[in-house]
Design a protein around this ligand. Structure first.
Ligand SMILES: [Zn+2]
Ligand SMILES: [Zn+2]
Length: 365
């Protein structure tokens, strides 16, 4: 029987290892933290969830790779989520390592650290009201804002990075060829890291890809609106026009990023959850088809006008809407909004003029 504290280190060859760092009380189970040797010492790709048990597992995992946490030279973070960036500050404290993150996710980290919880609650309440959430769903957020409550969530003080991961460039790592590929979608600053070295087992293809949450063998990553309380369109409510978060077109970004990663023709993918796999191109095609089908389904649901909330209620989830807990409903609505954004961009749906909260209806061919 596997124990939660066991890191289960796998040697992938060519000076690359992975270890399972547990995410407590989460169906994902663990983050695959990767360790890569360089001529200056080991570099970590992601660090895992900030929890004492996860920290112990990470330390034990690094030891099983033949190094010590104090030896870690640098930390490369695929994206700011707490199951990836959570332990970065602890690693830096223990080793003096630098932490590198893409600027767009570094901005998210900075905002998370700076914003008073009240601002965040207010932003979420406005956003949900604008999406058509019923008053009873928004009420707890307004109550929390007015009571000055502090949310009990991990990752509220994530580590500020020391360096930027600059897309397209080779990272300055002694003795290695690792190139950052910007893959926005799951987060605005998500990166994949392409190890442009021959596969150690001679598998055909162009190197290996540390794919973070962008490309996973059996899960579709969550794509919601990019959340930004500083976005002027989201924080300037007026009685006549409700605030409407802009948040770009994350699903469009994601699909573009997928195609870009598919074109790399990598021999093997080393993702941050589940397991390593070799079929990168077929998996990319599968995900593109999945999203195309989902967009078509959603467009069918828009034969009658619906708010993002109403669309989320009618979308297919892994359980009936009535059984989806509060926090997951917020994530579901954000996902519905990301899909609406895409349909509008493609000319397959449009906002109904004068609707408040805004409703969307199918249009075009
Ligand atoms: Zn993530
Ligand atoms: Zn993740």
């Amino acid at each position: 029987m596997a124990q939660a504290s066991e890191a289960r280190v796998i040697a992938h060859g060519g000076g690359v290892w992975s270890m399972r760092v547990p995410i407590p009380d989460n169906p994902l189970g663990y983050t695959l933290v990767h360790l890569m040797e360089t001529d200056r010492g080991p570099v970590l790709i992601d660090t895992g969830w900030d929890d004492p048990g996860s920290w112990d597992t990470l330390v034990a995992g690094i030891a099983a790779c033949g190094a010590e946490v104090g030896d870690v030279h640098g930390v490369l973070i695929t994206h700011h989520h707490p199951d990836h960036h959570g332990l970065s500050a602890k690693v830096r404290e223990a080793s003096g390592a630098w932490i590198a993150l893409h600027d767009a996710d570094a901005d998210v980290v900075r905002r998370t650290r700076e914003h008073a919880p009240a601002r965040w609650y207010g932003y979420m309440a406005d956003k949900l009201a604008a999406a058509g959430a019923p008053a009873e769903h928004v009420a707890p957020l307004l109550a929390a804002r007015d009571a000055g409550r502090t949310p009990r969530l991990p990752g509220l003080a994530p580590a500020l990075p020391d360096r930027s991961i600059v897309p397209g460039e080779l990272l300055p790592l002694a003795g290695r060829r690792l190139r950052a590929i910007w893959t926005p979608g799951h987060t605005p600053g998500h990166v994949c890291l392409h190890l442009e070295e021959a596969h150690p087992a001679g598998l055909p293809g162009h190197g290996r890809l540390f794919s973070g949450d962008h490309l996973l063998p059996g899960i579709t990553p969550h794509i919601g609106l990019y959340e930004d309380p500083d976005d002027a369109t989201a924080v300037a409510p007026s009685p006549s026009s409700r605030p409407r978060p802009s948040g770009g077109d994350p699903l469009g970004d994601y699909l573009d990023s997928l195609e870009r990663v598919g074109r790399l023709g990598v021999a093997e993918v080393l993702p941050a959850h589940q397991h390593a796999f070799t079929e990168a191109r077929p998996r990319v095609r599968e995900l593109l088809t999945h999203h195309e089908e989902r967009l078509t389904q959603l467009r069918t649901l828009l034969t009658e006008p619906r708010t993002p909330w109403q669309l989320a209620e009618h979308m297919q989830w892994n359980r009936p809407w009535a059984d989806i807990p509060y926090g997951s409903r917020n994530i579901a609505v954000s996902e519905a909004e990301a899909h609406l954004r895409r349909l509008v961009k493609l000319g397959r749906a449009e906002a109904v003029a004068g609707s408040d909260p805004v409703t969307y209806v199918a249009c075009g061919a």
